[in-house]
Ligand binder design. Structure first.
Ligand code: AMP
Ligand code: MG
Length: 205
């Protein structure tokens, strides 16, 4: 079993930018903490960003996907290792690590898998949650989220396409460690419902 799962529980939460992943997650974590669960949430991109900034390669998180592909892979691998190392020190058997990340990253070269085998060999997810939303809502959220310097505000059809690639990539990633996949719909003004679904999953693990 050790080779199939980490000691602590691991939940990977994926979803394209603007789907409301981070918001839903923080509410879900608040709710599950109130029910006595110890949950550590990490943003995978923040781990990559920390190294990339230290190395003087980028100024912000959106620049990461424009780096050379081998550099992105190196940052990706380092992030996965660091996340698990940190969690091994902090989390016990009943505790949950939640990783906020992407199943697919749009780069100039092509769509980079966010959860390839070398990442999964570290994370060994107990479950992969895919957060989805109405493409029109995602579009308006991405436009509002200009603060984060997103440079990929395509049209609604681009968002639809990226969302379907992201779902397909999540299922492909799930194969490596037999991680069940759950698709969570984050409807506009129903954040509470989406958060409750994630909370139930955290409590069921
Ligand atoms: P985020 O703030 O979650 O959108 O992440 C910022 C950036 O980190 C993304 O645009 C990607 O370039 C990178 N990133 C996040 N997760 C992954 C991953 N699993 N694999 C590769 N790059 C990632
Ligand atoms: Mg986010």
């Amino acid at each position: 079993m050790d080779s199939l799962r980490n000691r602590f529980k691991v939940v990977i939460v994926t979803g394209i930018p603007g789907v409301g992943k981070t918001t839903v997650l923080s509410l879900a974590v608040k709710k599950s903490s109130e029910k006595g669960l110890k949950v550590k949430v990490v943003n995978f991109g923040s781990f990559m960003l920390e190294t990339a900034i230290k190395e003087g390669l980028v100024n912000n998180r959106d620049e990461i996907r424009y780096l050379g592909m081998r550099k992105q892979l190196e940052l990706q691998q380092m992030a996965a290792r660091k996340i698990v190392e940190e969690s091994e020190e902090e989390l016990g058997e009943k505790d949950v690590l939640v990783v906020d990340t992407h199943a697919i990253v749009k780069t100039p070269l092509g769509y980079l898998p966010g959860l390839p085998k070398h990442v999964l060999d570290e994370l060994k997810p107990d479950i992969i949650a895919v957060v989805e939303a109405n493409p029109n809502d995602v579009y308006s959220r991405q436009t509002r989220d200009k603060m984060r310097m997103r440079s990929d505000f395509g049209d609604v059809r681009d968002i639809e396409k990226l969302m379907s690639y992201a779902r397909e990539a999540s299922f492909a990633s799930a194969v490596h460690y037999a991680s069940p996949v759950v698709v969570i719909l984050n409807e506009e003004n129903k954040i509470e419902e989406a958060a409750d679904k994630i909370t139930n999953i955290l409590l069921m693990l």
